[in-house]
Ligand binder design. Structure first.
Ligand code: 5RP
Length: 227
């Protein structure tokens, strides 16, 4: 296992220890969150319910025998644990590398406590090396993409690109598309977040600001707890 995988495993396992019987738990998406889900299932807690942030996580949790609930079936979520593509100053995050940002943000916003888990390479001084994912509705997405390019130019960033996979456009669990805004650095994340949300065709974006309460970052020396 590579050092990064080991760090992801350590952070996922540490987060699984935060779960107590009786809790409703938000289950993140991605390779780090998968370690958390595995470690949580291994604890064999008898009275927890997981709210998955993607179909992939739901399928994995089902296979591991974790009881699930839909977001609409719970009033609040006690604890959500999820990965990130970048962890910047003040626990500002870029998420959505796995195209699950919309469900992730909905689950995070319904949660009392949000813990981000990651390997050490995810920690950055300035957000933006990882391209910022933006989820857009299919209808008129080329037009929306042009509006996003205008916003990008206002922030001195290059135009975002439609995310493609081997079989064509990436389609999210919600049936939407993803544009990725590669930037190098995002100096004004809050202003950019507001500008992106002002575009009607944008469903949401991967800037998670003021949402993470804590981070458990795996390193070769162990897990570092950031608040
Ligand atoms: C999915 C996400 C993931 O949490 C993010 O991409 C990190 O993934 P990984 O743990 O595989 O590095 O936001 O939409």
């Amino acid at each position: 296992m590579s050092s990064a995988d080991d760090q992801k495993r350590l952070s996922g396992e540490a987060a699984a220890e935060l779960v107590e019987n009786g809790m409703v738990v938000g289950l993140g998406t991605g390779s780090t969150a998968a370690w958390f889900v595995k470690a949580l299932a291994a604890r064999g807690l008898s009275d927890i319910r997981g709210v998955p942030t993607s179909e992939a996580t739901a399928n994995m949790a089902r296979e591991l025998g974790l009881p699930l609930a839909a977001l609409d079936d719970v009033k609040t979520i006690d604890l959500t644990v999820d990965g990130a593509d970048e962890i910047g100053p003040g626990l500002s995050l870029i998420k959505g590398g796995g195209a699950a940002l919309l469900r992730e943000k909905l689950v995070w916003e319904a949660s009392t406590r949000c813990v981000v888990i990651a390997d050490a390479a995810k920690k950055v001084d300035v957000l933006g090396k990882f391209p910022l994912p933006i989820e857009v509705v299919r209808f008129g997405h080329v037009h929306t993409g042009r509006r996003l390019a205008d916003i990008a130019a206002e922030f001195d960033l290059p135009p975002p690109r439609l995310r493609q996979a081997d079989r064509g456009m990436v389609v999210t669990d919600g049936g939407n598309l993803i544009y990725d805004m590669a930037s190098g650095r995002i100096d004004e994340p809050a202003a950019l977040a507001t500008a992106l949300k002002s575009v009607t065709g944008v469903v949401d974006h991967g800037l998670f600001l003021d949402l993470a309460d804590e981070a458990l970052v795996g390193t070769d020396q162990g897990v570092i707890h950031l608040r």
